[in-house]
Design a binder for this molecule. Structure first.
Ligand SMILES: Nc1ncnc2c1ncn2[C@@H]1O[C@H](COP(=O)(O)OP(=O)(O)OP(=O)(O)O)[C@@H](O)[C@H]1O
Length: 336
């Protein structure tokens, strides 16, 4: 199956007063038609910066220092001109933001916002309104009410569903969702996840789902990429990564999921806080917080190792794995 998106060695940096911060380092991934990939990591791990990189819209003073972002036709999106990029956006790739409800224009009824998209991309307004209505129906929205509403007349969950509907309006091959459920209550979160699964099946669309919350990821993605300090440290099929994480950081993220019942003391978390990007050790970026670290981890960058279960991991421990680590994960799962 062909790749809808092919990102190679994407690196993004921010010049600061104290030096250059490398927020994203050599990130590569591919997404196939209908496939859904998750990017997970703590705040500051570089997830949103990757998303900005895909759109070649890294906020100032950031810059893409290397890499390529290719879509279906093989063109490097980082090299196309602004007009081409504007057209590409919505028609081939679109984005839903964490607080995308706030990206709706507060002064315009939803139907006018649909018309604006039609106008900007030279689509037939009537047809696009009909399309919006059918998408809003898929989102379990009262379409007449929503089309005639101003954003402030809708709840946060409804606005998020409208934003997802708008992102799908021009049939893009891929939708990037940056923390699409983070600002929502648990019920709305659940319904957005259910909707995302529905549209994946019905529209066979590819999704890139970015979140800090590893507990929601398995519901929507086929495979997952774990980021720490701007680097990918583990990737693989989501079920494998969730049931037997190999990198101690991934294990820590999973063990941070609070239990549904029982004592929250079972939630172990990860010690320390996200590392300063300009103070990374020569070796593994997670060295200072890792409770399984070895001497060589601070000095030697861990090699990528691909395991039997199709998981790849950048960790010196990957060769030394045994039952012990996985047993501890299973133990944690029994408590949540
Ligand atoms: N405008 C900026 N100036 C300097 N550094 C920046 C800027 N924006 C981002 N960074 C750096 O990039 C790193 C990654 O930020 P990014 O927002 O991509 O992380 P994230 O994983 O998406 O976190 P969050 O979920 O909190 O947005 C930050 O830790 C910071 O060091």
């Amino acid at each position: 199956m062909e790749n809808v998106l092919d990102v190679q060695n994407l690196s993004i940096e921010f010049p600061t007063e104290t030096g250059v911060v490398r927020a994203v380092k050599n990130v590569s991934f591919q997404i196939k038609k209908g496939e859904s990939l998750g990017i997970v990591g703590e705040s500051g791990s570089g997830k949103s910066t990757v998303a900005f990189g895909l759109f070649n819209s890294v906020p100032d003073p950031g810059r893409i220092s290397s890499g390529s972002v290719r879509f279906l036709d093989g063109r490097n999106f980082l090299k196309v001109n602004t007009e081409e990029r504007r057209r590409f956006y919505w028609e081939h790739i679109s984005m839903v933001f964490q607080a995308s409800q706030n990206t709706l224009n507060p002064l315009l009824r939803i139907r006018r916002q649909v018309d604006d998209i039609a106008e900007a991309h030279q689509f037939n307004k009537k047809k696009l309104r009909q399309k919006a209505q059918s998408l809003f129906e898929m989102m379990y929205l009262d379409t007449d009410r929503v089309m005639n509403a101003y954003p402030h007349e809708l709840s946060g969950g409804m606005k998020q569903r409208v934003s997802i509907g708008l992102a799908l309006l021009l049939d893009p091959e891929i939708v990037v969702l940056d923390e699409p459920t983070t600002a929502l209550d648990v019920i709305s979160q659940g319904s957005v996840l259910k909707i995302l699964n529905g549209i994946r099946k019905e529209l066979n669309i590819s999704l890139l789902f970015i979140t800090h919350d590893i507990s929601v990821i398995s519901e929507v993605v086929d495979s997952v990429m774990v980021m720490y300090a701007g680097q990918v440290i583990e990737r693989g099929p989501v079920n494998q990564v969730m049931s037997s994480p190999t990198h101690p950081y991934t294990l820590g993220l999973i063990r941070s999921i609070p239990p549904l019942v029982g004592d929250v003391k079972n939630t172990k978390g990860i010690s320390g806080s996200a590392v300063q990007l300009d103070l990374l050790p020569k070796g593994c970026p997670f060295y200072s917080r890792c409770d399984m670290r070895m001497t060589k981890c601070s000095e030697i960058p861990p090699p990528w190792v691909t395991l039997d279960n199709n998981v790849s991991v950048a960790c010196h421990l990957a060769k030394n794995e045994g039952g012990d680590k996985n047993d501890r994960t299973q133990e944690h799962f029994k408590t949540i």
